[in-house]
Design a protein around this ligand. Structure first.
Ligand SMILES: [Zn+2]
Length: 392
């Protein structure tokens, strides 16, 4: 049954052309939690996904999403900063925003700042003051300068953003179901200030055109194309300065500023999204079946199979496979994940040293952007490279 908050109107472009195109029942409601007991992992709470897409602007959301099922607390282990590739991306982004928005000796607010790595970078590199909001923040994990403060809570729309020169919200909006309310609240909190906004979300067009089923998981209830992101901000009192593809097209970065003109700068694109919703659904199913076939063939050849990356993509993949037990092990470079178990299927996460004593025939890399970094790491251990498959 659909939740009571079922939407008939697109929250981005306000058209009524929403159609269901993909379903996935019984998936873990959190995918990056640290679970130390395998039985707890196996009995982790589940929810259902039914993706509805807007035929007008390409926005997609899970209409079965129930925010009360998702918990953001100290067990939430989302950092990607153990990868040098990601660290470089993050500090390059901080430098870029400092330069393009002239954020030096200024005040930066980050909504959904996670463990505070990006806020720390943009404040340190630009000599800025900073305020972050995130219930998963852990003060023991990071040493912040005295002019950077993080509140271990969700952003409270009653708090003023009038003094903020830059408001960032990076990889957070996709976790929000009531997106219009959040962006409208931010607009009200900014008031008449000349605050700049930087928002970053996964690029939905890439996910659905590629059929990247492993990029769909319960916490991500909202999926944005470039056009839907533009519509959302244009309808809530912002002028969109730029939307750019980032991280090899995996992310969309939006730069905006407040405006008093109503519904400005809305560029409707006919026949958007670029593929019909039915094709998006078919892409996801086709890629899923192809993955099942690859794993089945590898197993028939007697290979051991490992995943590299114990984050949300791995949890999504494992919980969708016909035979998840055919994946033997999950490797992750985040030491906090070692010897923990993934929700749903209970797969164990281990250190990369596992490859020294165990013969892995097929190594599935959950994000192609890390392939070179991973190959270099394995080569530095003087062990032969297994057959590698990077999942797009
Ligand atoms: Zn729409």
């Amino acid at each position: 049954m659909l939740q009571s908050h079922f939407q008939v109107t697109c929250p981005c472009c306000r058209s009524c052309n929403l159609k269901s195109f993909y379903k996935q029942d019984s998936v873990p409601v959190n995918s990056v939690v640290v679970i130390e007991n395998r039985n707890h992992a196996l009995s982790y709470p589940e929810g259902d996904i039914e993706l509805f897409g807007c035929e007008q602007c390409g926005f997609v959301n899970n209409q079965h999403f129930d925010p009360d099922l998702v918990t953001y607390d100290d067990s939430y282990e989302e950092p990607q900063g153990f990868s040098s590739t990601f660290q470089k991306y993050q500090s390059d982004l901080a430098e870029e925003l400092i330069s393009t928005c002239d954020i030096r000796n200024k005040y930066v607010v980050e909504i959904g700042c996670g463990k505070g790595e990006f806020l720390n970078a943009i404040c340190s590199l630009g000599n800025n003051r900073g305020l972050g909001y995130d219930p998963v923040f852990d003060p023991i994990r990071i040493s912040l300068p005295t002019n950077v403060v993080v509140k271990k809570t969700m952003f409270d729309s009653n708090e003023s953003l009038e003094n903020a020169d830059l408001v960032c919200c990076i990889m957070t909006l996709e976790h929000v179901f009531r997106i219009t309310e959040l962006i409208a609240d931010i607009r009200t909190s900014i008031g008449d200030s000349a605050t700049k906004l930087y928002f970053q979300v996964p690029n939905a067009e890439r996910i659905f055109n590629l059929g990247a089923f492993h990029d769909i998981y319960y916490e991500h209830c909202s999926y944005f194309t470039e056009n839907s992101l533009r519509q959302l901000f244009s309808h809530t009192g912002f002028k969109v300065i730029e939307i750019s593809q980032r991280y090899q097209g995996q992310y969309l970065g939006l730069l905006a500023e407040p405006t008093t003109k109503a519904d400005n700068d809305i560029a409707y694109r006919p026949n958007y999204p670029s593929q019909p919703l039915a094709t998006w659904g078919a892409n996801l199913i086709q890629k899923r079946e192809a993955m099942n076939n690859i794993i089945s063939e590898s197993k028939q050849n007697g290979e051991s199979i490992a995943l590299w990356g114990g984050g949300s993509k791995a949890v999504s993949l494992l919980n969708i496979l016909n035979q998840p037990t055919w994946i033997d092990i999950v490797i992750d470079i985040n030491p906090r994940k070692h010897n923990t178990f993934l929700p749903g299927t209970g797969h164990k996460v281990v250190n990369v040293d596992y490859l020294i004593n165990n013969n892995i025939g097929l190594l599935i890399i959950m994000n192609p952007i890390y392939e070179i970094e991973i190959q270099n790491q394995i080569s530095s251990m003087n062990i032969p490279l297994p057959r590698i498959l990077s999942l797009n």
